[in-house]
Write a protein that binds this ligand. Structure first.
Ligand SMILES: [Zn+2]
Ligand SMILES: [Zn+2]
Length: 331
């Protein structure tokens, strides 16, 4: 403790800062015991390059990703006595091309990718977390809908894209579950029945195959009063857990109980300055929403359902008793 399952560096990502080694050193300095390096996967269409990437070619983006894997594995070995580093990636689902390319990438790379953060950052091929005007463009792209129906359509498309990522890759970590409401954090998904049904479908699916939902502290830096996911989604986890409790009384289904909705910590840092940023705001949030257990990933000898060699383990004892919270992690 503490852990982070999701990070980026300026060395391999143009919207982040710092060298990956500086990121690792800062994680060590802040007392992290487990830290995941999870660069964004390459994108495969010119149109999907971000403004700061216009000088890059798609080939360079792919090359950069392979360089990331090389450097991350070097650091994993070099710092092994100080910190458990895991090497992973963060997914995209802009079009089917991303999913197909990721499938072959994962096959080719084998054990070099130790785990996957399953994230979606686009709807209708347009980024939903870049800035407000771009988000509004994503909303407007549902131009076959009335204006008041577009938000529901965007949320639905987002959770369908997320489901597809879960179905195809069984990501160990579900990245910023409710990123689609970044620009309207007070929006409760429950107001749209169709969206809520998709959320419940996704949560049940992820719980069933054993995913961890990240409690992602980056939401605070984006102006939220909560981490991702927001409170109504965490309750969705209780819905799923409740379901398991009820099914657990039925012996044949006991195996499901072992896969109750579980949470893991992430800072989603984009450089050394953001390692553990706002982690001091996590305990009140975790307590408020009743998250009693924290989980984290460790290497394992047997493959998991996604064919990768990590498993989730429960943090021993009460997470709040850990001395990390009594220091100031953001100093
Ligand atoms: Zn990023
Ligand atoms: Zn992300």
């Amino acid at each position: 403790m503490p852990h982070s399952h999701h990070s980026h560096s300026g060395q391999f990502c143009k919207h982040a800062s710092g060298l990956l080694e500086e990121v690792v050193r800062e994680a060590v300095r802040k007392g992290f015991t487990m830290f995941g390096m999870t660069e964004h996967v390459p994108r495969y269409r010119e149109v999907d390059l971000y403004p700061e990437e216009t000088a890059l070619s798609l080939d360079i983006l792919s090359e950069q990703f392979h360089q990331f894997l090389g450097e991350a594995h070097r650091l994993k070995q070099a710092y092994a006595s100080q910190i458990s580093l895991l090497v992973g990636l963060e997914t995209e689902n802009i079009t089917d091309i991303d999913l197909e390319k990721l499938e072959s990438l994962l096959q080719r790379l084998g054990r070099r990718v130790e785990y996957v953060v399953g994230s979606v950052h686009h709807v209708n091929g347009i980024p939903i977390d870049f800035d407000l005007p771009t988000y509004q463009r994503a909303l407007a792209s549902f131009n076959d809908k009335l204006e008041e129906e577009r938000e529901e359509a965007l949320f639905s498309a987002y959770f369908d894209a997320q489901y597809e990522v879960m179905r195809r890759f069984k990501p160990e970590i579900i990245g910023h579950f409710d990123l689609c409401r970044l620009y309207q954090p007070s929006c409760k998904f429950g107001k749209y029945r169709s969206v809520w049904e998709k959320i419940e479908r996704n949560v049940r699916f992820a719980v069933d195959y054993g995913a961890l939902f990240e409690v992602n502290a980056a939401a605070f830096r984006k102006g939220w009063e909560t981490a991702y996911p927001g409170e109504d989604i965490v309750e969705a986890r209780f819905y799923a857990t409740g379901l398991h409790h009820c099914i657990a009384n039925n012996p044949p289904f006991k195996i499901i109980q072992r896969h109750g909705g579980r949470f893991a910590l992430s800072d989603d840092s984009h450089g050394p300055h953001a390692i553990g940023l706002n982690y001091d705001r996590l305990p009140p949030y975790l307590q408020r929403v009743g998250i009693a257990e924290l989980w984290y990933l460790v290497e394992n000898n047997a493959p998991n359902i996604g064919g990768r060699y990590v498993k989730a383990v429960k943090l021993d004892g009460e997470w709040l008793d850990h001395k990390f919270w009594r220091q100031n992690p953001t100093r």
